[in-house]
Design a binder for this molecule. Sequence first.
Ligand code: GTP
Ligand code: MG
Length: 555
Amino acid sequence: MDIEAEIRALQLDSAEDGTGMAIPEDAKPEEVEMTDKVEEVEMPDKVEEEGTKDEVDTKSQPAQDEPKVKDKEVAPLEDAEGTDEMESQKKRHLNVVFIGHVDAGKSTTGGQMLFLSGQVDDRTIQKYEKEAKDKSRESWYMAYIMDTNEEERVKGKTVEVGRAHFETETTRFTILDAPGHKSYVPNMISGASQADVGVLVISARKGEFETGYERGGQTREHVQLAKTLGVTKLLVVVNKMDDHTVNWSKERYDEIESKMIPFLRSSGYNVKKDVLFLPISGLVGANMKTRVDKSTCPWWNGPCLFEALDSIEVPLRDPKGPFRMPIIDKFKDMGTVVMGKVESGSICEGDSLLVMPNKAQVKVIAVYCDENKVRRAGPGENLRVRLSGIEEEDIMEGFVLTSVVKAIPAVTEFTAQLQILELLENAIFTAGYKAVLHIHSVVEECEIVELLQQIDPKTRKPMKKKVLFVKNGAVVVCRVQVNSLICIEKFSDFPQLGRFTLRTEGKTVAYCLKDFVRRGKQIVVRLFLLCYISEEESSRLLLFMLHYGSIDLIV
Ligand code: GTP
Ligand code: MG
């Protein structure tokens, strides 16, 4: 099968499996029905079976690059008490992550969107202008809407993912402003894993597009990670079109578009169906809420950013599936409050749920969507949920709030099928290889403990020979081990909770480029892996691509 045909097959598969594009009438939030409500909490046998014998170590140290997400508009939850299901809940909801190389203009564009949609008033903007000037960062004032902490403002760099909300006539948006700097990629991963749609911000300024696009630049890394993490649609905004080195030049725009298209295609995006390019200036707000003036940009006949966002179709979600909400943060506020995005199912005040992997039985006291208290919420929503029955210190990022029936499995080991694509000089892929595993909100050190079988890439059948190490192009089934229990799903059940990324020493070593393909009854995850051995460990560099990898078996 050629690559185009495979991509088409993937899209058909993903449409069937819940990551497709169209939203059916019965999946609208206002029509959500509760399914997993359990009156009497009893530990289901399944949980016992699927968990391992290991004790949960809730005190274990977070992995080296634990992600950070901050909320830009944290309203005290009590302010919202008494609010019932909001009218706005009837609108569809989209989670949009801003990604791209450092200084591309993500925070500026995100801030401008909030300003243009009336979330920020003129007085606040004037205050930010003054503050930015005092810090000798005049042009950063729009970014200050998203970059709220002092470190970010002083350095002019986003560190933690910023979160904010705005609405158009048809859609409620949660925007997640990821950091572009390479040191904060774990935070970007956390932001992207909560999103369905990505706005890839590219600077058109002379030299800046080139730096982001070159090997090692975050334009590439972010695109590949976004695809891995389930960001199904991309708006590529060619930003800084107002800059004097660009001056709304059609040639510059076309150059960027023509270089990006093959790269996006090779990263697994269908550029015709899933990607849209448009020129903007985040700083002056051009081609954002309204189309850019012809006197400024006579050649642009396409949509503005708000129009493009409004026209994106929401991925299909299952409000009736088992409840799954990976926890990205927690705090104390009249009980224990956990934050996260609902990946499947619905949640209702009064529900009895489990926090996995520690199997803690909890009761839902209140559910908050944005700043509003709601009676129930469905998949795709970013929520804060107040729980009883658990202390804040007994929860860690990466734990999952789950329905009691069909609770999420917790494991310390799983088997994945990988293909090594490229292996540089002196590098070997063998038992003992260590990396950091990123899966939904989990960040955990992992080790390849055993190579089980080498697969013939042509016939896809296991080879008889015992395998101790593999070389370029090999397909291999491995056992992957983590130190503490983690919640993980089979790809066939929940691709969003089954995709993983491997990183070592701050570099991305593995990513899932294509969602999954069906082969007979088996669902196979397609992974591309890039592995680097750290400079400290060795100067050797591993470059792997995992191809047709899958979580076939949860041990
Ligand atoms: P990180 O969070 O550090 O990854 O950066 P970022 O992508 O959020 O960029 P940010 O919004 O902080 O902007 C970086 C610089 O680019 C600032 O000086 C902005 O004023 C400038 N900038 C952003 N958008 C535009 C634009 O449309 N035109 C011009 N001329 N400058 C812009
Ligand atoms: Mg920023």
